[in-house]
Design a protein around this ligand. Structure first.
Ligand code: FES
Length: 121
């Protein structure tokens, strides 16, 4: 039996918005972060147009929690005003995941958030 919810496992096994942006209109923002404890990595790419997150993609290698968190947060952000990026915090990620996490696992869950906070053009 798994310690994670079905929703988390589903996002891990079928990640939403996984891959790279291949649109003709190129990505406008990107970032790359890694968790120094395990070496896992997340890369984010976005198209922000007229203040709206038109496209958001991620790729990388990570554990179930980091990839599920990336999948959930990209699904949440797609189509939203770009101000949502500033509003996102630890609490929002925990809410999306829907479970309480220990000290080590929380670092995994927050890796995609770290990537979103480090976006550059
Ligand atoms: Fe590496 Fe979770 S174990 S991000």
């Amino acid at each position: 039996m798994s310690i994670y919810s079905e929703l988390i496992l589903d996002h891990y096994q079928n990640p939403r918005n996984f891959g790279k942006i291949t649109h003709k209109s190129n990505k406008t923002h990107k970032s790359h972060v890694s968790n120094p404890l395990c070496g896992d990595e997340i890369e984010m790419e976005l198209i922000i147009d007229k203040g709206v997150i038109k496209e958001i993609k991620f790729q990388g290698k990570g554990c179930a929690i980091s990839l599920a968190s990336a999948s959930m947060v990209t699904e949440f952000l797609k189509g939203k005003p770009k101000e949502q990026l500033q509003k996102l915090d630890k609490k929002s990620i925990i809410k999306l995941l829907g479970i309480e996490l220990g000290v080590n696992r929380i670092k995994c869950a927050l890796l995609p958030l770290e990537a979103l906070k480090k976006l550059s053009k």
